[in-house]
Design a protein around this ligand. Sequence first.
Ligand SMILES: *Cc1c(COP(=O)(O)O)cnc(C)c1O
Length: 458
Amino acid sequence: MNIINDFAEIAESYISESKNNPVYPSRESLKKMHELVEPFPENPMDASGVLSLLNAKGSRATVKSTGGRYFGFVCGGSLPAAMSAKLLATVWDQNAGLSVMSPIAALLEEISSEWLLNIFGLPANTAVGFVTGATMANFTALAAARHSLLKKAGWDAEGQGLFNAPEITVITGDEVHVSLLKALNLVGFGRERIVRVPSDNQGRIMAEKIPQFKGPTVLCLQAGNVNSGAFDPIEEICRNVNRENTWIHIDGAFGLWAGVSEKLRHLVRGIELADSIGTDAHKWLNVPYDSGLVFVKDKQTLLTALSASAAYLPEISQREPLQLVPDMSRQARGVPIWAALKSLGRKGLSDMIESNCRHARKFADGLKKAGFTILNDVVINQVLVSFGDSATTLGVIKRIQEEGTCWCGGTNWQGKTAMRISVSSWATTDEDVNLSLAAMLGAAEKEIKNQGQPILNK
Ligand SMILES: *Cc1c(COP(=O)(O)O)cnc(C)c1O
């Protein structure tokens, strides 16, 4: 088919050009993208024409997060095996909701589930659901928590909803990710009534400040703060709080993956004691968007919390993908996850995580040596740097973004303006780090010179 050849050519040149083009689209490319704006066309256009138009106007208006020099937010790249498997799955166009609709999609979810439980050292009968991302993973886990706690209190949450239901106490750290607050709100826990526990200067929940609680309680912990990368003391808390009526959930969107490295495994110690965990595959596993995973220790709880029944759904005798997630029809997310895991193996996965962490330390060391302040302990792949006062830091970030060698964003860390560097792509090499560090230092020098301040000891 011609369209496949056209596509292969376009994809090939996009990938090779991405290496040289600026990480963020130029003003000109952004302008060109708007040439796509038109009234709904009266007449058809052939597939080749559509694809070539999309490439001409769209490909340059992308952010090159698949390259090695994108350090914005916490994104991750796209492993070649995962990317190509996802494309093949698109050609297959499987509805992954039921095994009868796609035997291969269901099998690859099963294989991947088993591998993932092994990788993270979770009990073999833990339920694994394939969702769009950590927000939905957290949401799904919290729906299971709601079911479990209210059932114990004699209330049928699925049947009766939350009106007049027994109260559930919800506890999080001060440094909880905003998306978890959204998930709590969506399951009806309300973000205003959450008990927020103080965090320390790295963003870790302070275990000794967790209040004594009675009655049904959801306690949310974090493996990997989105700014500092810090981990809550998971094992200590899981062993010490009253577990009778408590559901412990861990948001491990990217940090969970530190558990694949022997050197870093201590950071996630105790995750197997939690009731549920949410994570992303599109961040640190480097699977293309969108992809997340939810783990729920008590499979039956998850199945009941999400159960839907309809006459045309087959009787359940095996793992059915749609039973473990909110969606029914959906893409085959297990395919790129399987391909990523298969292509890396335990060794490759651990090497990728450790290499990202090594590069993060290299950034931190280089910036510190030039006289700038690193605001966090660099425990994994996240670096927070201040270039001086808030205006200077913002000025440096703007210059880095405009110069185009690499891309980093700003953040606010415990009241301080910072630049965040997240090294989370398989594609980042030593050379990428050297080039990017030089670009950062160059931008900082220009910004400081521009402000008439002395240049720091370089
Ligand atoms: C990114 C992130 C999320 C949200 O994940 P999405 O994939 O964007 O839904 C939640 N928690 C933490 C700690 C994160 O880093």
